[in-house]
Design a binder for this molecule. Sequence first.
Ligand code: PLP
Length: 375
Amino acid sequence: MVYFDNAATTKPDKAVTLAVCDCMENEFGNPSSLHMLGVKAQSVMDNARKNIASALMATPETIYFTSGATESSNLAIKGAAGAYGRRKKRLVTTTVEHSSVKEIFDSLEKEGYEVIRISPGSDGEFSVDDFTEAVDENTCLISVMLVNNETGSILPVKKIFSMAKMKNSEIITHCDAVQAFMKIPVKPADLKADLISMSAHKIYGPKGIGALYVKKGVRLLKQNLGGKQENNLRGGTEATPLIAGFGKTVEMLSGNVNERLAHFEKLRKYSVEKLSGIDGIFINSHENSVPYILNISVKGIRSEILLHFLEEKEIYVSSGSACSKGAKSGVLAQFGIDPKLEDSALRISFNHENTKEEIDLFVNALIEAQKRLKR
Ligand code: PLP
């Protein structure tokens, strides 16, 4: 099997699975219980929180566990709007956010907030000036993702947030760092981010667990009512086994980010060299992208058809313009990709164990598909 769909989800590492099982069997207490089993469960959480905080160069009290990045972004954006948005009604974001962020802004707009959505230029790059124009004294929050999940584009979050804070010192900054965390450096202090959404299942951890970084002093309106867990910000008994797995994967990935990046760079370079030599194949991802996500189009073959053709050969990829279950998100068009290529876009996304031989298999399968399927 060739698994090139790691931006959708990753296969959990064996050590992560063991950490999850170990916690279920041995540290099954409720972390809120006052007896010894509760204390042991609490210490599993403390350990994971410490690992995640240290990867961000932050302190453990700034890390809040959630059920995933979707919940983290709900808590961050709705929470900040609820805490600061009574008088400040403007919100600023981009047109290329993941649906988990996009839909929150759509809903806040219906509630009466003014939402400004910034698009990239025709070259696919964002201009900080566009954000400068959008942020004013009446803006309570700005949310910009760090790495786009469809193209791998890196957004200039640090420049945008630094400018926003200069223009409006009270603005709250949120970053969806799901496709960046543990893959490229993510440091809230450096990015000038007050809130950062993360997810474990994109980094060889379990599904259903995520975290939100909340800078000390930033207030959020609680969204999950019904318990005082997570410093009274997110009610509900914590998913300790999943938290143990999240902590384990972050611990394992810490320290060799650059080594993995170098491996991804090699895979990307190799893929681009091979693919750009083939007539009818286009690279949609821009230069300023992470090396582990590559969006391409095979002209004349619809994404879904090609995806299933590859699946028969046990090669797994995503259709490149889908946000969920094949629905087109429109993000590729935002990045300036020719609408004719949008329907035939594929996203390939690597893990640190993928090899050049797997890329060869993939490329050969595309060549065969061109011969057999092209309209
Ligand atoms: N944000 C981005 C950029 C993503 O790629 C994803 C997952 O596809 C999410 C948010 C949602 O993460 P989760 O599955 O943890 O809710």
